[in-house]
Write a protein that binds this ligand. Structure first.
Ligand SMILES: *Cc1c(COP(=O)(O)O)cnc(C)c1O
Length: 398
């Protein structure tokens, strides 16, 4: 590989920037401290408070918070009745959890290719992938931009398929004016520290369907219930509970719930800053012919979790890997979201071949995620733009 010094000069900045970082203030710390001094560290009032707040934020009837976004996806698949012999359609351009949730249930993940401009799953490819065995679709709001929900809902309704929206990136995003969380059959969130709102770890499932809601609650806590709705026998006394199913312990603690509640107080502030940064990047990069700006669909009012820079390697003397390394040499440490899920060794061993989703593989070879988070300063953003510009100017084909 070419030496990084090839670009010459000093790096555009001294301090390293990374692609994401949480923002924690004194109110967050106080909220956590209050729980630590209270009677309930788990199964307490903060869980109910967070669930109510998520319903209010999204307009969904029910929210079930849980230990993380992966658990949320597993719970949603379970509530959708996914099992042995069933198929679940998802995108290859996602974190592995969006497909792993099918495997947890004994079902088979089926990958449908992406739209090369929005990078989200292409409803036409979903329609083609549907078989008699398809039980669920996990559609990922990649970078925070809503998937084409109208088209996906139409396909799923016609074939009696459950639409699960993986909203790990998209809390706060609106689709046709309605918040993500109230539209698909079930929507999942993640509160991992790189996401827009964090609880350290944490997740949630939103739904308007009461049957799904009851199943989600049951599966979150061992399949054990105190709810007469589920009981098979007469209660033997005040202590009585029943295990009626095999569930997990996917509960969230009140410590995490308090942190997420406090972070939600700042959601508007987070959204505003993320949108400002995206606008600055878009303005700068749309003037550079060697790079591509992600297409925005008018239906989605997007709170962006990731900013993807896509290069046109055919116009440059370097490839993505070299571009990525040059960025790091400028102290802008990018990331790549995502390696197509089926290109991981585990999936290859299950028999998924290279070339399965060509648009996804092409995208993967041309992208990197730039820093995008609330506390980036204008100077940081300018430095990132400067780094990209410097590299393009030095590696452009003449
Ligand atoms: C982060 C993420 C998840 C998993 O969430 P965790 O809280 O880390 O378990 C699932 N899907 C997508 C698209 C994600 O980005």
């Amino acid at each position: 590989m070419e030496k990084l010094a090839a670009l010459g000069g000093t790096p555009v900045r001294e301090k390293k920037l990374f692609y994401g970082h949480q923002y924690i203030d004194d109110a967050d710390i106080k909220a956590v401290e209050e729980v630590l001094r209270s009677d309930f560290l788990t199964c307490g009032p903060k869980i109910t408070e967070l669930e109510e707040r998520l319903c209010k934020l999204t307009g969904a009837k029910y929210a079930v918070v849980c230990s993380n976004g992966t658990a949320a996806l597993h719970m949603a698949c379970q509530a959708a009745g996914l099992g042995e012999g069933d198929e679940l359609i998802t995108t290859p351009i996602t974190f592995a959890a969006s497909a792993n949730c099918a495997l947890y249930c004994g079902a088979k993940p089926v990958f449908a290719d992406i739209n090369p401009e929005t990078y989200n799953i292409d409803p036409k490819c979903v329609a083609k992938a549907v078989t008699d065995k398809t039980k669920a679709v996990v559609a990922v709001d990649f970078t925070g931009q809503a998937v084409e929900l109208d088209e996906l809902l139409a396909i799923c309704k016609e074939k009696n398929i459950t639409l699960i929206e993986d909203g790990a990136h998209s809390i706060g995003t609106l689709y046709n004016g309605k918040p993500v969380g109230s539209i698909a059959d079930m929507t999942t969130f993640s509160f991992h520290p790189v996401k827009t709102v964090t609880g350290g770890e944490g997740g949630a499932v939103l739904t308007n369907n009461e049957d799904h809601y009851k199943k989600l609650q049951l599966f979150r806590s061992h399949g054990i219930t105190r709810d007469p709705y589920f009981m098979e026998k007469e209660p033997e006394g005040g202590w009585y509970y029943e295990q009626v199913n095999l569930g997990m312990n996917y509960r969230m603690t009140d410590i995490q719930a308090a942190l997420v509640c406090s972070q939600l107080d700042k959601l508007e502030m987070f959204q505003k800053r993320r949108k400002e940064i995206v606008k600055k990047y878009n303005e700068a990069f749309s003037k550079i012919p060697e790079v591509i700006v992600q297409k925005e669909i008018p239906e989605s009012d997007t709170t962006r979790h990731l900013y993807i820079l896509r290069i046109k390697p055919e116009l440059l003397t370097i490839n993505r890997r070299q571009f990525f390394d040059y960025m790091a040499a400028e102290n802008v440490c990018c990331n790549v979201h995502y390696i197509p899920v089926y290109r991981h060794p585990y999936y290859e061993k299950l028999g998924y071949p290279k070339g399965l989703c060509l648009e996804a593989e092409k995208l993967y070879s041309e992208i990197m995620s730039l820093p995008l988070y609330y506390s980036l300063t204008d100077q940081d953003v300018d430095d990132v733009i400067h780094a990209v510009t410097k590299i393009v100017e030095n590696t452009r084909k003449h």
